[in-house]
Design a protein around this ligand. Structure first.
Ligand code: GDP
Length: 393
């Protein structure tokens, strides 16, 4: 599937930058165009792979290239004011070759948190292709204001996109690491999971055609209907055989029975990978029962993929989710691993979001209280007790 990716804000820009690197490394061809939008000049300069002409600085008149300082209402305002500048950059990309837009942003900050729903709304008015969001939730240790920003952005962003794919930093935080080092690993996890998913069906030069292909329309159908999505992933190392078949086929004796054994092993490996992916760590932790639609992508060397495994995995997912719309297919890649990526679309039982909203409401009340108190305190300080003094004017 070919995407036009727009990274909004610092996190969004860094993640899209990383997607370009992934595309280059794996030859997956998913990023047809990449744009970064920010109100902080330094963040745009810090990017490695997004072409300079595709880096758009907004809000110069208001914040002079210094960012909005986690004020997402200001982020939304400047996005609205400077939407033409973003549109100018989008006009330079071949949108007729693109299957969908993907707007990527950290929802806890200011620029991306406020600006990405504004951009989604704008793009949906102009283009007929889907507009998806990839929203990153802040860690719970980041504090009240980030949580409040994320909760408000989440509500708005979901409404404006065709589907919001969510990644929760909190579930991926590693202890004992620097924040920057931690983000590097987290961003790698993001591009791996979403890269495999969106890469399915995008057959590049020299790649094999899948036995049961996942094409972009299946990804679009899984995401259609809106709502919130999460992605599960599991992988297992396998040996690459340059001859094209399983190594054991050549080393083993009595070819026929080996083949049967191989087929059974392959099927079992796939079904257990599917279970691990669905029941393990999801990009947004949630209950998978009640998921509306799902897509299973199995990637790896073609000799390690088979239709029976995928069918069984699909059936199992149908039972676990209760969904009647579970699609599946394979994505042959000459990598020394077999991986299952599962897109769960239309999830609604998500305690993490309910907790986020609770903390956000508390933060909002606190902020209001503190503001009221500090106004009173200031008045007490400035005014003399008996009101004997008069200000100059
Ligand atoms: P903005 O530039 O004002 O949009 O704000 P940022 O993108 O800097 O930060 C928003 C939120 O994104 C933060 O609260 C973090 O939770 C998260 N964040 C920042 N940088 C990264 C990153 O590189 N990767 C990930 N996964 N999250 C990040």
């Amino acid at each position: 599937m070919k995407l036009a990716m727009i990274g909004f804000g610092q996190a969004g820009g860094k993640i899209v930058d990383r997607f370009l690197d992934y595309d280059d490394r794996t030859n997956s061809g998913i990023v047809r165009a990449a744009i970064a939008v920010n109100s902080a000049k330094a963040d745009l300069i810090g990017l490695d792979n997004i072409p300079e002409e595709n880096r758009v600085l907004i809000g110069q008149a208001r914040v002079k290239g210094h960012g909005v300082g986690a004020d997402n209402e200001l982020g939304a305002e400047i996005a609205e004011e400077d939407i033409d500048e973003v549109q100018n950059a989008i006009d330079q990309i071949p949108t007729h070759e693109v299957d969908a837009f993907l707007i990527v942003a950290g929802m806890g900050g200011g620029t991306g948190s406020g600006g990405s729903p504004v951009l989604a709304k704008h793009l949906k008015r102009i283009y007929t292709i889907p507009v998806y969001g990839l929203g990153v939730l802040p860690g719970t240790d980041e504090g009240g204001i980030y949580t409040l920003n994320a909760a408000r952005s989440f509500q708005t962003f979901v409404r404006e996109v065709d589907n919001l794919l969510v990644f929760d930093n909190d579930s991926w935080r590693q202890t004992g690491e620097s924040v920057e080092g931690g983000y590097d690993q987290i961003n790698e996890e993001i591009v791996r999971r979403f890269g495999i998913l969106f890469g399915a069906g995008e057959v590049g030069d020299g790649q094999e055609v899948a036995e049961s292909v996942v094409d972009s329309s299946e990804i679009i159908n899984t995401l259609s209907g809106g709502g919130v999505s999460t992605v599960g992933y599991a992988s297992e190392e396998v040996e690459l055989d340059s001859g094209g078949g399983l190594l054991s086929r050549f080393t083993g004796e009595g070819g026929g029975s080996d083949d049967d054994l191989d087929a059974a092993n392959t099927t079992n490996r796939i079904t257990s990978l599917v279970r691990k992916a669905a029941l393990g760590r999801l990009t947004l932790p949630c209950e998978i029962e009640g998921t509306e639609r799902a897509l299973l992508v199995l990637s790896g060397p073609s000799e390690y993929l088979n239709r029976k495994g995928i069918e069984r995995g699909r059936k199992w997912l149908e039972e676990e989710t209760g969904s009647m719309e579970v699609r599946g297919g394979d994505f042959p890649r000459q990598e020394p691993e077999v991986a299952a990526a599962i897109l769960l679309s239309g999830v609604t039982n998500v305690p993490r979001i309910k907790r986020l909203q609770q903390v956000a409401i508390e933060a909002q009340d606190n902020i209001d209280d503190i503001q009221r108190e500090s106004e009173e305190n200031l008045e007490e300080l400035v005014e003399d007790d008996e009101d004997e003094l008069e200000p100059l004017f």
